[in-house]
Design a protein around this ligand. Structure first.
Ligand SMILES: *Cc1c(COP(=O)(O)O)cnc(C)c1O
Length: 711
């Protein structure tokens, strides 16, 4: 055949679209070529291909089964990217002319692109992937942080060390957008009394596009080049400037690309300045007053709020807003009172700071929280914006978050589902009937798969612990032990950002009781922790220290482990391999929480406070509940109450159930619970269901389409 690409070329083709980052069968190809290099390059195929010797590669993949696997993967990718899509694609009809533009300050697609810090970013990445899968036209807009979020190290005293390294852009599946003349496209944003120039990085995420603005270019003076270097780094000044760049810059970018969005989705308030730039443009092009422009912008704007935690809502002194936004207020024709009022609950309270969430609420017609509880909490929190309405009528709804299943599902579990749920189950994942086949899964087979994944996790933990504790310098020849964790012990996972409300140390607050539980002669437990504390969050770092101390305390050594530098890679290992996922935030502060959803699909049971998604998903038999959802005003007493609930559920339910063996040696009761979790939760807590909710409840109404759901 003429022009047939060589296998090596096909391998390169696979890396150009980030489609690979949710297809483990593609990773397995690289892994079989050179497992050591694959790990060294942090599962990054672009870096892998740069580092491998061409001849060695050609020799390895040129013939035989690998060659055919590569060709098959390329065929699948091309089919996927080119496909017209399933019927939902037709439902998305009007969006093909006018796509959804999705603004977010962070995107978590893969560990090799470290521009995320936690759940918000991972959710945004999942949103892009789900839109792609469903054929919903969607373009993500964010910032490119050359140093990303920090890499975490831990010193001998358990202190968090923060490292910032520059991401090697040549080793990413992204490229710079160029203009007609072939040079990089430049977007200029007025900020304060000057203009900041940005280049644009583009990543293909299946059929979705991600655009990332980057200040670090020669055209800017040194100080401005740093503006987008770090995610959530710097002070309030840096933060507000980043938000101007994201919001105003994002809209200017869309104009430059002549992209006419049907919907603007603001994921979190960081990007809310976008609405002001949109209004200013409308007023200039159509000669309409601000109020009319505002109404028209709001009709197309969807705002998702993500946290009830006060500190999670950016607030700035009004003077900072005036300054940062350059001449935007004048373009909008607003006096200071009205301008500042856009970010205030009470327009006439001069002491009220300008809140980005308030701005987003006022500038959008579609507003939602991210779980049933969070919807209610948000209505209470923001009722001041609608003083004439009863709380239940405050116009904030909810769309419960869901995870992109292919990104987190262990291939071994996928193979099991492929056998039992029928072909194409992933395209019908949102229907309860799809999951009925779980009932027929042989408990022994499910357990064996889980044990395999657990062994894989414990290997990984050993490797990481050895790396973390390897003596630097003169420790030559010293053998570093692994973690000492055991396959036969009930293994608990706890990994997430170390924000204090998540209470990572809750289970050890009664240290004697915890020690007894961990060291029980017959029924012990072991816990694996991971998570970063924000560099400015001293209490969060203290929490981390308290846990790291236990890992070297002889009473807990080998039973409590902390893995440094939590990222998507660690998340996959943990969520596929532990027995139990622990989640004990202070209710109702966990707006949704998504890590526990990743656990569900891998047959890992949740043990959680009834908050966020779990409060609506838990049915008494598909996991374990800490407490009964009671909320106290006094946080100390709340913590005590939850602590008692936590020990109670461990001692009376989790531990007995896990260690109960049937006569034939199988943990049937535990396995039945794993199956029931899949059956009762699998259809609901995925990003496909979430995307369909957004499509029908927000995106289509926003473009004025009325569509029948289902069908
Ligand atoms: C899913 C995920 C999160 C979110 O975890 P929560 O339990 O919802 O806080 C954070 N970080 C990473 C790397 C994740 O994969």
């Amino acid at each position: 055949m003429a022009n047939r690409p060589t296998v090596t070329e096909s391998l390169h083709e696979l890396t150009r679209n980030m489609w690979w980052c949710w297809h483990p069968e593609v990773w397995q190809i690289f892994e079989s070529v050179d497992p050591g290099l694959w790990r060294e390059t942090k599962q990054n195929p672009v870096a892998f291909l740069q580092r491998i010797d061409d001849e060695q590669l050609a020799e390895r993949v040129g013939v035989g089964p690998l060659a055919s696997r590569i060709r098959q993967a390329v065929r699948r990718m091309r089919n996927y990217v080119g496909a017209a899509g399933p019927r939902t694609n037709m439902a998305a009809g009007p969006l093909h002319r006018a796509p959804v533009v999705y603004f977010c300050a962070e995107f978590g697609l893969h560990e090799s692109l470290p521009i995320y810090s936690g759940g918000l970013g991972v959710l945004a990445g999942d949103h892009l992937k789900a839109a792609s899968d469903l054929g919903v036209p969607l373009v993500g807009v964010g910032l490119f942080y050359a140093e990303g979020y920090f890499e975490q190290g831990i010193d001998d005293e358990g202190n968090q060390l923060e490292f910032y390294g520059r991401t090697d852009v040549d080793a990413l599946s992204i490229r710079k957008r160029v203009g007609d003349d072939g040079s990089p496209m430049v977007i200029e944003v007025p900020i304060e009394d000057r203009s900041v120039a940005m280049h644009v990085w583009q990543a293909q995420v299946g059929r979705s596009t991600l655009l990332l603005l980057d200040c670090d270019i020669d055209a800017n003076p040194p100080a401005d080049r740093q503006l987008t270097t770090q995610l959530y780094g710097g002070d309030q000044q840096t933060r507000i400037r980043q938000e101007v760049l994201l919001g105003v810059g994002g809209v200017k970018l869309l104009e430059r690309l002549e992209l006419r969005p049907g919907v603007f989705h603001l994921n979190e308030g960081h990007s809310a300045f976008a609405t002001l730039q949109l209004c200013a443009r409308l007023m200039e092009t159509e000669q309409i007053p601000f109020e009319e422009a505002k109404n028209r912008v709001a009709k197309k704007t969807v705002f998702t709020t993500h946290t009830p935690v006060e500190a999670g809502h950016d607030r700035f002194r009004p003077e900072m807003i005036d300054r940062a936004l350059g001449g935007l207020r004048e373009r909008l024709g607003l006096d200071l009172r009205r301008f500042h009022g856009l970010g205030r609950v009470d327009m006439d309270d001069p002491d009220e700071p300008f809140c980005m969430t308030v701005l987003a609420m006022k500038m959008s017609d579609f507003r939602n929280g991210v779980s049933h509880i969070h919807g209610r909490v948000s209505r209470r929190m923001w009722r001041g914006l609608w003083p004439n309405r009863r709380q239940s009528e405050v116009p904030i709804g909810h769309v419960t978050n869901g995870i992109h299943v292919s990104s987190f599902l262990a291939p071994q579990m996928k193979a099991l589902f492929d056998r039992h749920l029928g072909v194409g189950w992933m395209q019908q994942i949102e229907h309860p009937e799809t999951w009925e086949g779980v009932a027929d899964i042989d408990p022994g087979e499910l357990w064996e798969i889980h044990q395999g994944l657990k062994a894989r996790l414990l290997d990984f933990v050993d490797r990481r612990v050895q790396q973390q504790t390897a003596p630097s310098g003169d420790g030559d020849g010293q053998v570093v032990p692994g973690s000492g964790m055991r396959q036969d012990i009930l293994t608990v996972g706890f990994a997430r950002r170390f924000a204090t409300y998540k209470r990572a140390d809750l289970i050890m607050r009664d240290i004697d009781r915890f020690r007894r539980m961990v060291n029980d002669a017959d029924r012990p437990i072991q816990i694996i922790y991971a998570g970063k504390a924000h560099p400015a969050d001293e209490p969060g770092q203290q929490l981390l220290r308290r846990i790291v101390e236990k890992t070297t305390d002889p009473d807990f050594a080998g039973r409590v482990v902390f893995l440094a530098d939590y990222d998507l890679n660690i998340a996959r290992y943990l969520l596929q391999g532990v027995d139990l996922w622990l989640n004990n935030p202070r209710r109702p502060q966990e707006a949704c929480g998504t890590s526990g959803q990743k656990a569900v699909y891998n047959g890992v049971l949740n043990c959680s406070v009834l908050d966020g998604w779990y409060a609506e998903g838990y049915d008494g038999a598909n996991g374990f509940a800490i407490g009964d959802g009671r909320e106290l005003n006094d946080t100390l007493r709340q913590d005590e109450l939850d602590l008692r609930g936590l020990y109670r559920v461990f001692e009376t339910q989790v531990i007995p159930l896990y260690y109960h063996l049937d006569d034939d040696g199988l943990r049937r009761r535990w396995i039945e619970r794993m199956k029931w979790a899949l059956l009762s939760l699998g259809w609901r807590y995925n990003a496909r269901r979430m995307m369909l909710d957004y499509l029908h409840e927000a995106y289509l109404p926003a473009v004025g389409a009325t569509m029948n759901r289902g069908g």
